[in-house]
Design a protein. Structure first.
Length: 275
């Protein structure tokens, strides 16, 4: 032991003064390095396992938080898309109301009944908003129907596709007048009273004629989709597709034509629709 200590001290002194044992120390460090790593393996393994578990838990928590955030953002995106669509519909309605120049009132749909024998909708405007029976109802594109029953806070609108509904129209191209009747199908009207030689073609636009007093003249109604001449029948078979989005409407316009004695500025209390 004493000899080993003396030799060690001698080697340390010689190495410090002359650095003759530098290469020997480097070789010994290479040999000792694996032993050092083995000695520190328990501590490093424990640290690695702890870090792995912490990382896994942290990743799971972050993943869960991101999933929840993604779900919330998707819900908000759906709401934003719905608001954007509603905004576009309201803009279309506003643009339509500016074009028509008559007294108008915007209403929302509360309920829809589209069975083949009764096609009606309920709107959230009634007699307290000066809605009256027979009043014309439009969406942003064309005629949708007319009011048939009024309650204080709601009204029932009969759609133009109802089998019991008849609407005086004219062909926009030449002024030919006829009656458009509902068929019970949401995308179809019929014109049953035109002879085979009538000047009407597929693609013709039908507009309100103003006859009957309920619908102001000039509003789009439908486009002719089929003209079938039957030599053995007195009248041609003519079908048309409504221009209004009857299946997708959410807001509608209640319209009353301005008469020469009616002021263009609507009364505030009646919102522009005094009967």
């Amino acid at each position: 032991m004493a000899v080993a200590v003396l030799v060690s001290l001698l080697m340390m002194v010689v190495d410090q003064r002359a650095e003759h044992l530098k290469h020997v120390r480097s070789a010994l460090s290479v040999i000792v390095a694996p032993l050092q790593q083995i000695a520190g393996l328990p501590a490093s393994s424990n640290e690695w396992l702890s870090e792995s578990f912490r990382s896994r838990q942290r990743l799971q928590e972050e993943n869960q938080a991101l999933r929840e955030l993604n779900l919330k953002l998707k819900g908000q995106q759906q709401k934003l898309e719905a608001l954007e669509a509603e905004n576009m519909r309201l803009r279309d309605l506003l643009d339509s109301s500016l074009k028509i120049g008559d007294q108008i009132l915007i209403a929302e749909l509360l309920a829809i009944d589209l069975d083949p024998y009764k096609q009606q909708v309920i709107i959230n405007r009634g007699s307290n908003s000066s809605v009256f029976e027979g009043q014309a109802v439009l969406d942003a594109d064309a005629v949708l129907g007319q009011v048939i029953h009024v309650n204080p806070f709601s009204a029932i609108v009969l759609m133009i596709t109802d089998p019991s509904h008849a609407l005086p129209v004219e062909v926009n191209r030449n002024g030919l007048r006829t009656i458009a009747m509902g068929t019970g199908r949401i995308n179809e009207l019929k014109l049953p009273h035109l002879p085979n030689n009538a000047d009407i073609q597929e693609g013709d636009l039908l507009v309100t004629s103003g006859l009957g007093g309920h619908f102001p003249p000039g509003y789009p109604v439908a486009k002719v989709t089929q003209v079938t001449n039957s030599p053995g029948q007195p009248f041609a078979r003519i079908l048309a597709k409504p221009s209004a989005n009857l299946e997708r409407a959410h807001e509608v316009l209640l319209v009353r034509a301005l008469s020469p004695s009616t002021p263009e500025t609507p009364a505030p209390a009646a919102e522009g629709n005094t009967p």
